[in-house]
Write a protein that binds this ligand. Structure first.
Ligand code: CU
Length: 198
């Protein structure tokens, strides 16, 4: 080959090599893109229950608004009524924005917590709270999806109580789990956090 030809071949070879390096770089960059939003969250999932008015409620109810989701039962001696009271105080602190936040109290004791019992029990708290119950198998499936533990504990005097996870979950307006929600602060502070998710 003549020197001129050699130079052209070298330039073309360098160009092709450069192209290769360039496409490898693109591949590496795109391979490190953001985590796909379809990745399933560790907490949450489909469910099919009924509320205190007997209306069907599924995971679709979590969409469009941020939600607080927590589990308990109406015979609970302290934690559940305290949580329901705290959430009612947050609704008060939210003022007009209260209508833009949902809250679900899911019974871990569907055997006793019928919609009618839930309705009576929830009448002492903010009317925007929705109580969920249903078929024990459906309740157990939701507990599993939300990583909730619950267990029936027989009482000496007869009957039983329930041990259960007392976490409150904050879900965003797409129905995705954000984080456990802290109730151990002033309702105004909780309200301010919720407003960030409207
Ligand atoms: Cu409880």
């Amino acid at each position: 080959m003549k020197p001129a030809t050699i130079r052209i071949v070298t330039v073309i070879a360098a160009f092709i090599a450069g192209l290769g390096a360039f496409s490898i770089a693109i591949f590496l960059i795109s391979g490190r893109g953001p985590v796909p939003i379809t990745q399933p969250s560790a907490v949450g999932g489909p469910f099919r229950l009924v509320d205190q008015n007997g209306e069907a409620v599924t995971e679709e109810a979590l969409k469009g608004r941020p939600s607080l989701v927590f589990f308990g039962f109406t015979h609970c001696p302290d934690i559940c009524p305290t949580t329901l009271f705290d959430v009612s105080e947050i609704y008060k602190a939210l003022g007009n924005d209260g209508d833009k936040v949902k809250a679900f109290f899911v019974s871990v004791d569907p055997e006793r917590d019928t919609p009618a019992i839930l309705k009576e029990y929830l009448s002492s708290f903010d009317p925007r709270l929705r109580g969920l119950t249903g078929d024990p198998v459906a309740v157990a499936a939701m507990e599993k999806a939300y990583r909730v533990y619950s267990k029936k504990i027989p009482l000496d005097a007869g009957g039983y109580t329930m041990d259960h996870t007392a976490l409150v979950y904050l879900m965003d307006k797409d129905g995705r789990f954000v984080a456990p929600f802290n109730l151990k602060r002033r309702p105004e502070e909780s309200a301010a956090e919720l407003k960030r998710y409207l």
